[in-house]
Write a protein that binds this ligand. Structure first.
Ligand SMILES: Cc1cc2nc3c(=O)[nH]c(=O)nc-3n(C[C@H](O)[C@H](O)[C@H](O)COP(=O)(O)OP(=O)(O)OC[C@H]3O[C@@H](n4cnc5c(N)ncnc54)[C@H](O)[C@@H]3O)c2cc1C
Length: 378
């Protein structure tokens, strides 16, 4: 099979790797607009559950990934300077660039061709391809080119956010809530290497307005956030890397495929960072698409139909949970008065996937501490 892939992000690279390993006879080319060492953002985080899926599907890749990851068990929620540990989760993180370079190396060894520094503007050069994979990210050119077929829907959340990094390292995945005279802020932060952490700052629309952030330059916004989170940064600053302030785009498509073209990863749908990274979905798309090709014995229309039929119900379930999660953050301004344990409980049950009973099973230490505080208060 001749396969053309637009975009060497996690989705495009991992799909190419799996297809090529399954059948070295495939001729696979990935075209990427950036050089191999360019990246946006900092680290990406996976839950243990998400990693278990990767381990089951691909033990070899899992081992390579595992040796490069930072790991921790608890989640920590900080509210009004009180730290609440929530047990029983289990997470791991890796730098985005480290992940991309690992995948680039494995693709190279397997015989996948990657053309860097090549911006794709039309699909003309892919006319001889049996399969075209649009793994070109959130602003997918391919999706827009065939918008009448894919019928994309793009909505924007009202909160504002930016991805920063910091040399401050954190023991666990942490959510830190802070407020000042302008309003409410939350930082999602975790270490992804022994000396670096991701630090995503999010705030609601009212805070954005009151703080005058619209009129500020990116440098001024950066400095403002350093001040808000100074108690958490231990004297370190925030580091920017294309850290553009924006509202999260929720991308969905009515149709996932068109003729021999398939969307995957962020081009297909975005996943809010509060429920695990879009990187996890990108890898799972790659696994599902590759498995569909194996099952359909390389028949392109059959494989694409199988991919969408299988993956859509599962993805839509998680997308529903993601919506509950991001809607919870859209209301952070209403929770500034909550005590730390009440906020943590509210947070843990926000997506609708965690009932009170399940929380007690998965986070018994947290549940006991929560009950003790409630009993002392009542
Ligand atoms: C600025 C930014 C920072 C982020 N930071 C984080 C983070 O810290 N943690 C996290 O979990 N998630 C982060 N994300 C989200 C995460 O990157 C995505 O969910 C995930 O990478 C999806 O993988 P993908 O392969 O589908 O898309 P991407 O990783 O976006 O990869 C798409 C690739 O396609 C290339 N491309 C696009 N258009 C063309 C074209 N016309 N021609 C050639 N190449 C093209 C791009 O250069 C890119 O390499 C970030 C996203 C952005 C935009």
């Amino acid at each position: 099979m001749k396969v053309g892939i637009i975009g060497a992000g996690p989705a495009g690279l991992y799909f190419a790797l799996r297809m090529k390993r399954r059948n070295p006879g495939h001729e696979i080319v990935i075209v990427e607009q950036n050089p191999p060492d360019a990246t946006f953002g900092f680290g990406v985080v996976f839950s243990d559950q998400a990693l278990e899926k990767v381990r089951q599907a691909d033990p070899e890749f899992y081992r390579a990934l595992d040796s490069r990851m930072e790991r921790w068990r608890d989640l920590t929620i900080v509210q009004k300077d009180e730290r609440v540990p929530v047990d029983g989760n289990g997470f791991a993180a890796i730098g985005r660039l480290g992940l991309l370079q690992l995948l680039q190396g494995l693709c190279g060894e397997a015989g996948v061709t990657i053309e860097f520094d090549a911006h794709v503007q039309s699909l003309e050069r892919f006319e001889d391809r049996d399969l075209i994979v649009a793994a070109d990210g959130v602003n997918s050119m391919v999706r827009e080119l065939h918008a009448e077929a894919f019928r994309p829907h793009i909505g924007y959340l009202t909160n504002w956010f930016a991805w920063y990094g910091t040399h401050q390292v954190f023991d666990t995945l942490t959510l830190t809530f802070r407020s000042n005279g302008d309003g409410a802020f939350v930082a999602h932060h975790y270490r992804y290497s022994p000396g670096m952490s991701t630090f995503i700052v999010e705030l609601d629309a009212a805070t954005w307005e009151r703080a005058g952030l619209e009129a500020m330059s990116d440098d001024e916004r950066h400095a403002y956030c350093e001040q808000v989170f100074a108690p958490d940064l231990g004297g370190h600053g925030l580091i920017a890397n294309h850290s553009v302030w924006r509202r999260f785009p929720v991308v969905r498509n009515e149709h996932w495929t068109h003729e021999n073209i398939v969307l995957m990863g962020d081009a297909l749908r975005t996943v809010h960072f509060s429920i695990g990274s879009g990187t996890r979905f990108a890898l799972e798309d790659a696994i599902a698409l590759d498995e569909a090709f194996a099952e359909a014995s390389g028949d392109v229309p059959a494989a694409l139909a199988l991919f969408e039929n299988r993956r859509r119900p599962l993805a839509e379930k998680l997308e529903g949970a993601a919506a509950n999660s991001y809607n919870w953050y859209e209301d952070i301004g209403q929770r500034t008065g909550y005590g730390a344990y009440d906020l943590a409980y509210d947070y843990m049950t926000r997506s609708g996937r965690m009932s009170d009973a399940r929380l007690r099973e998965t986070a018994p230490r947290f549940a006991t501490a929560y009950d003790e505080r409630r009993a002392a208060r009542d």
